[in-house]
Ligand binder design. Sequence first.
Ligand SMILES: [Zn+2]
Length: 118
Amino acid sequence: MTFHPRHLVNQRSQGICEICANPHPVTHHHHRQPTDIHPTPAGMLLLCAPCHTATHTNPTKSHTNGWLINDHTNPASVPVLRHNRTVLLTDDGTITDLPGPLNQTPDEDDYPIRQVTI
Ligand SMILES: [Zn+2]
C-alpha cells in the first residue's frame, strides 16, 4: 500500500510539532530542502507555525539541528533534533533513534520555541 508522503508525515508526527512537541495547530509541512518540491517523508517535518518561522529565521541553527539541509543531500542521512532526541527520519515514515553521544540533553536554545501563548 502506498501513501502520499504527507500522509506518512502526519502519521509519524501524530499531529504534534516535530521540533517542540507543541500539540497546538500544526499546519506546516516544512521542507528540509526548501527547493525540494516533492520531498520524501524524510525530507519533511510537521511543524507548528512558530517553529516553522524559526527554522527560516535561524538558518544556521536549523542546519546544525537538521531542520534545514543542503540540496543534493539525502534527507534520510542527516540527523534531526526532534523533541529531545537526535534521530534519523526514514522514507517509510518511521524514526530511528541514534545511539551514543549525539543524544545529549539539548541546550535550552536548541529549541526556538519553548512555550506558545495562546
Ligand atoms: Zn513547534
